[in-house]
Design a protein around this ligand. Structure first.
Ligand SMILES: C[S@@+](CC[C@H](N)C(=O)[O-])C[C@H]1O[C@@H](n2cnc3c(N)ncnc32)[C@H](O)[C@@H]1O
Length: 463
């Protein structure tokens, strides 16, 4: 027996916003998640995934457009997965972000927040990202609907959501600066003209794999190419880019012949200019190495750190642990208010930066350690460096490992300041922590305008 084909679902009304930048509609009692829509749209939907309890769909036709919409600025909107909310006015984006934190805390964490503070919006809703990674693929992609729409031409841009082998050619990304877009366009034009082969992920052939471009508040621009070899043509392209883009302060490449794209385990070769970027957050200076994490929205990050500082009451006698410290940016920002900060982070080069950043800023009450959190944050470390009154934790999207949550509960600092870029995993961790902590305050800070991504700070107090 053949599988029952699900016909296109006709003329459904989009009801409300949901997580991950999607909205919800209903069909025959089932929830349908649909991206790039707004409550009030009436649409035809193609089913892309059908599960027992829900359907995922894509719009094929609009019968009516919601009056909550605005015109998206970007020509790639709707195909590129980067900005899922460009069609939503900014004040409504903010309202939805705050609602989603509250909903996830209630549904996933089943926790009560004593004081919900209003979300802090960003002044700049475009050109705010200081880092972007473009991918090269021998197969371009123009549409999201069927395999027929694959271009035969190579493309450099962003991966189409859910398609590791398909890249959408990007002409201009509105979240980054004009300099970054200029590097992208010149790279595309030169590499295509001189036929530098783009990577074929399925066959592991080709030269150009990825390109990271980072900028700093000092107007420095760092470029890092991930390539399989430095061919003569590739070298000529680096020289051409340096000649055309005199604003590039650091040109680098990584030779990656592995099957996966990660460059964390590979050496970055400096081809031209400085080996680091020099950045600033508030009064502090930071050096950032090519592979280190640094907050991507540097203008808004100061608001994030200030909001966090205001929430917790730092004292000059405090011993603070900063878990997932990255290049130590929070640790150093808070260090002026307290007795001592201990920062822990998995990336050795980020810790090198953190130490250097402490020295540059004349801060000598911070200690930094490298390691996987569940192994490096231990009772022995605490015995040696003192019991924290306050723990700051800022984990990656998947949240904290169970062992880390357990050790926090065992150590019992009076306050925990939990900064998260994923309220769903934050809610999960808060549920575990709520055995011993009350959630005193929660405040979202919009670090990623026009996208569905949410940053949220929570202050926990020991019961
Ligand atoms: C969201 S970033 C926070 C960085 C830093 N707090 C800041 O504001 O710049 C998360 C950091 O956790 C680090 N990380 C990821 N997994 C880790 C692990 N298992 N153990 C320790 N650090 C980890 C990442 O390298 C990254 O620097």
């Amino acid at each position: 027996m053949g599988r029952k084909r699900i016909p296109e679902i006709k003329e459904v009304k989009i009801e409300k916003f949901a997580a991950e930048g999607k909205c919800i509609a209903r069909f025959e009692g089932k929830v349908i998640f649909v991206p790039y829509t707004a409550p009030g749209d009436v649409v035809d939907i193609r089913v892309v995934k059908k599960k027992k309890s829900y359907i995922e769909g894509r719009v094929t036709h609009f019968h009516q457009k919601s009056d909550q919409r605005q015109l998206a600025a970007c020509e790639h909107f709707g195909v590129c997965g980067g900005c899922k909310w460009q069609h939503i006015p900014y004040n409504l984006q903010l309202k939805q972000k705050q609602n989603q934190v509250e909903e996830q805390f209630e549904k996933i964490g089943r926790i009560k927040v004593e004081e919900q503070l209003p979300i802090i919006g960003a002044k700049d809703q475009f050109s705010y990202r200081n880092k972007v990674e473009f991918s090269f693929s021998h197969l371009g992609w123009i549409e999201d609907t069927s395999d027929e729409s694959i271009l035969k031409e190579p493309a450099v841009g962003f991966h189409v959501p859910g398609r590791f082998d398909k890249v959408l050619q990007i002409k201009k990304c509105h979240l980054v600066s004009d300099e970054i877009n200029a590097v992208l366009n010149l790279t595309e034009a030169y590499s295509k003209k001189h036929k530098i082969p783009y990577y074929k992920i399925r066959d592991h052939e080709g030269v150009l794999r990825n390109m990271i471009v980072r900028t700093s508040s000092n107007n420095e621009v760092m470029v890092i190419f991930s390539i399989t070899e430095l061919t003569v043509e590739m070298k000529s392209m680096l020289d051409y880019l340096l000649e055309q883009c005199t604003f590039i302060s650091s040109m680098n490449y990584v030779i990656n012949t592995k099957k996966n794209d990660t460059i964390f385990d590979l050496e970055v070769v400096n081809y031209y200019g400085t080996e680091v970027l020099n950045d600033k957050i508030g009064p502090l200076a930071y050096t950032v190495r090519p592979k280190s994490f640094f907050q991507t929205n540097r203008r808004q990050v100061q608001n994030l750190y200030e909001a966090a500082m205001q929430m917790a009451s730092f004292k000059s006698t405090d011993i603070v642990y900063d878990l997932y410290t990255g290049t130590g940016s929070i640790a150093l920002y808070m260090a002026r208010q307290v007795n001592k900060v201990v920062g822990i982070e998995i990336l050795p080069q980020a810790i090198e930066d953190a130490k250097e950043n402490a020295a540059i800023n004349g801060i000598n009450n911070c200690l930094f350690f490298v390691g996987d959190m569940k192994k490096a944050f231990t009772q022995e470390l605490i015995n040696e460096h003192g019991k924290p009154n306050l723990i700051i934790t800022d984990p990656p999207r998947n949240g904290m490992d169970k062992e880390v949550v357990e050790l926090i509960m065992h150590v019992k600092p009076a306050q925990v300041l939990y900064i998260s870029c994923n309220p769903a995993t934050q809610a999960r961790d808060l549920e575990r922590l709520s055995e011993q902590y009350t959630v005193e305050k929660s405040q979202a800070v919009d670090m990623f305008p026009n996208t569905h991504h949410i940053e949220n700070i929570v202050l926990l107090a020991l019961k």
